[in-house]
Design a protein around this ligand. Structure first.
Ligand code: ZN
Length: 425
């Protein structure tokens, strides 16, 4: 059983698979208005005479399918399109639509507000798990991955960071158009836009940052070891999966940092000039392998993202002169022993998907595996995992299979005890 559909707000649609999103947008921070044209390129997985896209409360006008006007309705977050001449199974088709409105985050029952959000001076997008339709029409599933080209025009005094590599920047009058291309397959929730008055900073080759001027000094100290982290993770987890890695620090405070494809977003409160949040720098970077490159077949496998990113925090600590993973594991274990033991982290209910116990016990699961098979086999399993499912999606069963194939031992009892039973082993 997947995570209950009602909790995902009915996002995701059948009958087709998107392979590319092309967005040409303009945004005015002063009014919060977003407008533009989206072209969604897809392949029909069955003969299609109608299909739906997820899209928030924008005004849509002029919608075409393969260049021909089509009829549509738009309510309840669903844009339902009727096609005059049905698209045969296996055929490519593209939908183009013009839309405009003031994007607002999507309210969820368990995960707060997600998606496009206005900052005091700018905007950010943090969509995990169902925020993507707050700013573009999409097939909003965790397992659907597509490439992106996004052009965004804003007033020239703002900096823009978008998922992907900056391919063009040109100014005319008082506005500047930024164009980013993401060639790596990307889940909708990991597509992001960051707009603000940022200074740009380079931490290392291919590692960039956008930071408010007032935080630059502290930032340079707090993120100073990120290049070493990148080197360590590349060594342990395999090649960095994307062309670049960017970090954005917003002038506003954020509850938690958030990962996007090739980019992570931190709040001003995560920069203290004392490396007080360095474990989160490691956590977000690790998501580029675990969650972003190796994606989820379904949200119920969320421990594959969060448990791995949490364990990467411990690995960074161990390898950078901090407490070893074994000590951090013991601390986490005694903490969890005092928490309610009623959560099956291998199949959590929607409300507990981002519960701290998923993170901590997920990390403990990996530590238990490491202790059981030894360091050599453990790190070989991690490397095989990121290589086998690079830019794809996977499930818990897939991970168990990789671990078992690698060690030739029956690891099911270990995983069952840690992932599929509520009491702490
Ligand atoms: Zn995380």
């Amino acid at each position: 059983m997947p995570i209950r559909d009602a909790d995902l707000l009915g996002h995701g649609n059948r009958g087709y698979r998107v392979w590319h999103y092309d967005l040409e947008l303009a945004y005015k921070p002063s009014t919060g208005r977003l407008s533009g044209v989206a072209t969604v390129s897809a392949v029909a997985e069955e003969a299609l005479s109608a299909f739906a896209l997820d899209l928030g409360p924008f005004t849509v006008d002029r919608l075409t399918v393969d260049g021909k006007p089509a009829r549509w309705t738009h309510r309840g977050g669903k844009l339902r399109v009727r096609i005059g001449a049905p698209v045969p199974r296996g055929s490519l088709f593209s939908v183009e639509l013009r839309y405009a409105g003031r994007p607002a985050p999507i309210r969820t029952r368990h995960w707060g507000e997600v998606g496009w959000d206005e900052l005091t001076d700018g905007a950010l997008v943090a969509s995990q798990p169902v925020g993507a339709p707050s700013w573009f029409p999409c097939n909003d599933t965790v397992s659907g991955k597509a490439t992106f080209r996004i052009g965004l025009t804003v007033p020239s005094d703002y900096a823009v960071l978008v998922t992907g590599v900056l391919t063009e920047r040109s100014s005319s009058g008082s506005t500047t158009r930024w164009e980013y291309v993401q060639d790596a397959p990307t889940a909708c929730y990991l597509a992001t836009v960051q707009i603000g008055r940022y200074e740009s900073e380079t931490l290392a080759d291919g590692q960039y940052a956008a930071v408010p001027r007032s935080l630059l000094r502290s930032f340079r100290h707090d993120f100073g070891r990120q290049p070493s982290m990148m080197a360590l993770f590349t060594d342990l987890f395999g090649p960095y999966p994307f062309a670049e890695y960017a970090v954005v620090v917003t002038e506003d405070e954020l509850e938690v940092p958030v990962e996007a494809q090739g980019l992570s977003i931190f709040g001003a409160n995560h920069v203290d000039g004392r490396r007080g949040f360095e474990r989160l720098v490691a956590h977000e970077l690790a998501h580029q392998w675990f969650g972003n490159s190796v994606g989820l077949a379904d949200w119920r496998h969320i421990w594959l993202n969060e448990g791995f990113a949490a364990y990467a925090e411990w690995l960074w600590s161990e390898r950078s002169g901090g407490r070893p993973a074994a000590v951090l594991a013991a601390v986490a274990r005694s903490h969890l022993a005092g928490e309610p033991q009623d959560l099956v982290i291998g199949d959590p209910p929607a409300r507990d998907m981002f519960d701290d116990r998923v993170y901590q016990r997920g990390a403990l699961t990996l530590h238990a595996l490491r202790e059981s098979v030894g360091d050599r086999a453990f790190f070989a399993i991690l490397a095989e995992w990121t290589e086998t499912y690079r830019h794809a999606t996977a499930s818990t069963d897939d991970f168990v299979a990789v671990a078992q194939r690698h060690t030739g031992t029956d690891l099911r009892p270990l995983f069952d005890a840690w992932l599929f039973a509520a009491p702490l082993p």
